[in-house]
Design a protein around this ligand. Structure first.
Ligand code: NDP
Ligand code: OXD
Length: 312
């Protein structure tokens, strides 16, 4: 069995070791250095992150394309993507845990005004803010999938007033479910801290725009840890500058790395991380990838096949 690894990741060796520990018979070949044209027909699986356009179709006998990330926008963007084999998303314990840590940290930071305390300390000021009740803090999560759901459940455990917005209705204890286009306005109206955990698709691109930001209550806070293209940057900057939006935590950007002259770098109401909200951890993600390969080899359906019509 042979797998081609197509990614600029600096964790190639860790992936090779972790996958071969799970699947000792697997030959792990790194594209392009370890692949000759003659090898291509013998490759069974492609493990990929943002593969260059047209590369996947040069492997004629793939059984599946396995994504190194939860989001597959960087795979589906290829107009020559082979569509007769499954594309599988990554769902992984460490990826979910990392995202939940990120969301909880930034929600609590905003709710308890720890950012304001940091600024006061730096300015040598002493003051105490009112402590708000988490039960009165409306936290809204766009996307209640693998990542959104785990974050929602842990926010509920901390007593926040949590709502979600998804395509289909949800039934998660303590989470008020909104869904579909008709549910969006009601969701936004009660959301003081907005978290985006949607996949990037034609339907969700630009969803954090002037119209939707205006429907959030004044003083709302935005956390985007999904994809940069969910946000219309000029609209978010205008809402921050008008004071309608109190601040934003941004992990992902329309262009990555964020250009050095972008307004976000110096904006006093923006805090940023470099697409690091949650990273794929090879030793744990390899268990999931190996299990998917075992399923396919056993003639069974792999987990988390992407629906190419909805794009996630
Ligand atoms: P899932 O596919 O499990 O969940 C997606 C959720 O979004 C589902 O609840 C789905 O609704 C909802 N959704 C999709 N389209 C729409 C729509 N048009 N309208 C309303 N709801 C919609 O994804 P994950 O939770 O695993 O991952 C989410 C995203 O997080 C990834 O796509 C990726 O972009 C991002 N990510 C970012 C990372 C980072 O470090 N910044 C790390 C990992 C992921 P329904 O349930 O009804 O289908
Ligand atoms: C992912 C990511 O989609 O890392 O997994 O962004």
């Amino acid at each position: 069995m042979k797998l081609v690894f197509i990614s600029k990741s600096d964790k190639k060796a860790a992936w090779r070791d972790s996958l071969q520990a799970q699947l000792p018979d697997l030959e792990f070949l790194i594209w392009p250095d370890e692949i000759s044209d003659a090898d291509k027909a013998s490759i069974d699986y492609a493990l990929v992150w943002r593969p260059p356009t047209g590369v996947l179709k040069t492997f004629p006998n793939l059984k599946a394309i396995l994504s190194l990330g939860a989001g597959v926008d960087g795979v589906l963007v290829d107009p020559e993507l082979p569509t007769h084999i499954p594309v599988c998303r990554l769902v992984d314990r460490c990826l979910t845990q990392g995202m939940t840590e990120y969301v909880l940290y930034h929600v609590i930071r905003q709710h308890r005004r720890f950012g304001d305390y940091e600024k006061m300390t730096a300015a040598g000021e002493w003051d105490v803010f009112t402590q708000e009740d988490a039960r009165r803090r409306g936290v809204g999560i766009l996307g209640l999938g693998e990542l959104g759901r785990d974050a929602a459940e842990k926010l509920v455990a901390l007593d926040y007033d949590v709502a979600s917005w998804s395509r289909s209705p949800k039934d998660v204890a303590g989470v008020t479910s909104f869904h579909g286009a008709d549910g969006l306005d009601g969701f936004l109206a009660r959301t003081q801290i907005l978290i985006c955990l949607l996949p990037l698709t034609d339907e969700t691109q630009g969803i954090i725009n002037a119209e939707h930001l205006a429907k959030l209550p004044k003083g709302a806070y935005v956390i985007n840890c999904a994809r940069g293209a969910h946000v219309v940057d000029d609209d978010l900057l205008a809402a921050l500058d008008s004071g309608h939006i109190a601040g934003a935590t941004l992990d992902v950007f329309n262009e990555e790395p964020l250009p050095k002259d972008h307004a976000y770098w110096t904006h006093p109401k923006v805090i940023m991380t470099p697409h690091a909200a949650s990273l794929t951890v090879p030793h744990s993600a390899a268990e999931y990838v190996a299990e998917n390969i075992r399923l396919i080899e056993a003639g069974e359906t792999p987990m988390n096949i992407v629906d190419l019509t909805t794009g996630y």
